[in-house]
Design a binder for this molecule. Structure first.
Ligand code: GLU
Length: 379
């Protein structure tokens, strides 16, 4: 009944675990949810007000498929000023969530059998998007080791078309160093590859600084930046992402957008505009709080023998469970059964994650403290 395409992909593990936590909570179980990477903060007030205003003004219809002009212009300005990439509004497409942008990129550039280099582990939906578009993932391990030209070389073939990077990283929490970015850029240029750079966690960063690979010499023409408002402004439900792409690719994405979703939600686009134009104090506050939680969860996890490196960015602790003799699936089940704790098993992010589980610390401090106590007892 189902297509080979759909049979070839797995359910989204992050969404599945998030749903499981919700179901258990609805049944009245006292579940601590560290699964989904979703800020627990309310969307800032001024952004919500902008939505009410948009409603009152009757901005409730289709917008241009690529997004409202003001928002595309504001995004282009942001990319120029903060990411040092010289783009204009015509190179920006606003999408219903960053995920849709990623899917549109894959559908626009991949032909059957084209290969895409993915850093292992990586966020669950990259692999699915590559496969849905008929492509084939090829993996390069990147956990605590540096990304090296040689490693990219040995994973690549003559069919390789693109490399995907995501820094700050979900799930491993690293931020790619300048050296690694240069190495990836050199490799992409020499092999004439596209680079999809998912920068959705760019503001949620604790160490180093965020550098967009598109700002490196000669990289803009081969890079697609994907970003969005979900994480930075706690706007997951508003579904607003965007991509900045070379014009040919942008036109491909636009065709897919026209034929699939038409446009991103109109009201959300006006709110996103306010998010960019307004004070960024709300972002600083949320990031400060994420850092506070990170410091607590990382210290507690390591203290109870669940080794994890200090994340440099994003809001995930990627925890090695091998001290406890369990693989990731067993450990996830054990946490659920014995402590009512929901996490995402590491192997969902690639084979490098098979002895890991991912804790999202976009959860309240109270839950983090209580969750850690339960685990300590369990172990
Ligand atoms: N990106 C978040 C996560 O990894 C939200 C869920 C999803 O889109 O996969 O948990």
């Amino acid at each position: 009944m189902l297509s080979k395409r759909v049979n070839g992909i797995a359910e989204s593990a992050t969404i599945k675990m998030g749903l499981l936590a919700k179901q258990l909570q609805d049944e009245g179980k006292e579940v601590m949810n560290f699964s989904l990477g979703e800020p627990d903060f309310k969307t800032p007030e001024h952004i919500c007000e902008a939505a009410k205003k948009a409603l009152d003004l009757g901005y409730t219809h289709y917008t241009s498929s690529a997004g409202i002009t003001e928002l595309r212009e504001e995004i282009a300005k942001k990319i120029q000023a903060e990411n040092k990439v010289d783009v204009n509004a015509e190179e920006v497409i606003v999408t219903p969530g960053g995920k849709q942008a990623i899917y549109e990129v894959m559908m626009s550039v991949l032909d059957e059998g084209d290969e895409v280099l993915l850093l292992d582990p990586c966020w669950v939906s990259f692999e699915a998007a590559v496969k849905l578009a008929g492509g084939k993932p090829s993996w390069v391990k990147k956990l605590e080791e540096e990304v090296k030209y040689e490693a990219l070389e040995s994973a690549a073939s003559e069919n390789t078309k693109m490399i995907v990077i995501n820094s700050p990283n979900n799930p491993a929490g690293y931020v790619l160093s300048d050296r690694e970015l240069n190495e990836i850029a050199e490799f992409a240029t020499e092999h004439n590859l596209l680079v999809l750079s998912d920068e959705i966690y760019e503001k949620i960063i604790y160490e180093r600084r965020h550098v967009s690979i598109a700002s490196l010499d000669d990289m803009q023409e081969r890079t697609i930046i994907v970003n969005g408002f979900s994480k930075t402004y706690a706007m997951t439900g508003w579904r607003i992402g965007y991509a900045v792409a070379p014009p040919v690719i942008m036109n491909g994405m636009l065709k897919i957008q026209q034929h699939s979703v038409s446009c991103a939600p109109s009201i959300s686009q006006y709110s996103a505009l306010t998010a960019l134009r307004g004070s960024q104090e709300c972002v600083d506050k949320m990031v400060k709080e994420f850092k506070r939680r990170k410091d607590v969860i990382v210290k507690r996890l390591n203290g109870i023998g669940l080794r994890c490196v200090n994340p440099e960015g994003a809001f995930y602790a990627f925890v090695n469970t091998s001290n406890h003799g369990n693989n990731d699936i067993e450990f996830t089940e054990r946490l659920l059964k014995e402590a009512y704790i929901v996490v995402t098993p590491g192997s969902a992010f690639g084979s490098a994650g098979k002895d890991y589980v991912r804790f999202s610390f976009a959860a309240s401090m109270e839950n983090i403290v209580e969750g850690m106590e339960r685990i300590e007892k369990m172990l």
